[in-house]
Write a protein that binds this ligand. Structure first.
Ligand code: SF4
Length: 327
């Protein structure tokens, strides 16, 4: 065990000042970071406690959207009246994640920053993991890879993003608000998480010292027709084998807008724009949903997870049926 410097920030500017060295981590709920520290995967020299800097409010935006503070607890967000009524997809996804105890601690910002749960990454007894030890190799490619990626994987890493919430945010076209040493900026959710490429150790596009301050949702368009479907080994406290966030805007029986995002299949939430386009302008029918689901076809499985390709297609059809009310 090494010594860790602990500082409690009083506001966002103070937090940024305290986080100027590369060995610093912000800590909110700590539900993922503390586990990784106990296992020796994360070894920060300084922790900046951000739990007293505010940023937990959920407020309406002038454009009709919603701003959710980065420190809003997952359980509070999932059960907030405006989230439940206007963004049921987000509420469903949050409630599908982790356990009630963890949701009571976990925050919006921390959920976005969750690290993969690949067994070779979280256990330092394994020597090969490009994410933990860049250049060491990827034990999962030839090892146990049942939970791993079927889309967007690289030679260097085949891990998946574990967040349910981020899949719903991808479908809803959320924006991540960030403060940093160079000022504030907005990151579209589709650009926030990265594919592994040759640098799997970087999971997001956050720059050094940047802090998530809020997540913005655009004005609601999918309150009536949305469904988050999570397929997992047990019905609680398990990561997704495959999940689907499906959201439809239907008027006079015709789909005006469609959003489909997959979870548990890639290093980031996986939007399916071609499938979405196939649905727009038509009634939601079983045959067209099946056609859209086939657009997962670019997927490539490994020894233990090829079943996920068929599962992702079936889950997409099922989520669309439930979102559209034809289940
Ligand atoms: Fe490490 Fe990624 Fe390979 Fe897992 S899949 S062993 S996280 S490099």
């Amino acid at each position: 065990m090494h010594a860790i410097d602990y500082e409690r920030a009083t506001d966002t500017a103070h937090a940024l000042r305290l986080a100027q060295s590369a060995d610093t981590r912000f800590i909110g709920g700590g539900t993922n970071l503390l586990d990784l520290m106990k296992g020796g995967v994360e070894r920060p020299l300084r922790l900046v406690d951000i739990t007293r800097i505010g940023l937990a409010d959920i407020t309406e935006l002038p454009n009709g959207g919603l701003r959710i503070g980065a420190l809003a607890r997952n359980s509070d967000t999932a059960n907030h009246a405006l989230v439940r009524s206007r963004y049921p997809l987000l509420s469903q996804a949050l409630l599908a994640g982790a356990s009630p105890q963890l949701r009571n601690m976990a925050t919006m910002g921390g959920n976005l920053m969750q690290r993969p749960r690949c067994p070779y990454f979280v256990d330092t007894a394994f020597e090969m993991c490009n994410k933990r030890l860049p250049g060491s190799g990827c034990a999962a490619r030839e090892g146990y890879n049942r939970m791993h990626a079927i889309l967007g994987a690289s030679q260097a890493c085949i891990a998946v993003n574990p967040s349910d919430m981020s899949v719903a945010l991808a479908a809803l076209d959320a924006t991540v608000q960030v403060a940093g040493p160079r000022g504030n900026r907005s990151i579209p959710i589709g650009e926030f998480h990265r594919l592994p490429g040759s640098q799997p150790q970087a999971e997001t596009t956050l720059a050094a010292g940047e802090l998530i301050t809020a997540v913005d949702l655009p004005p609601p368009a999918f309150a009536r027709h949305a469904h988050y479907l999570k397929v997992r080994d047990r019905n609680s406290y398990a990561f997704a084998l495959v999940s689907v966030a499906a959201a439809l805007d239907i008027a006079d029986g015709v789909v005006r807008q469609a959003r489909i995002a997959l979870g548990g299949v890639a290093h980031k939430p996986w939007r399916m724009p071609a499938a979405e386009a196939l649905l727009v302008g038509h009634p939601l029918e079983e045959a067209r949903s099946r056609q859209a689901a086939l657009l997962v076809r670019g997927a490539q499985g490994f020894e233990d997870n090829r079943f996920k390709i068929d599962m992702a297609q079936r889950a997409t059809v099922s989520a669309l049926r439930r979102a559209g009310g034809i289940a």
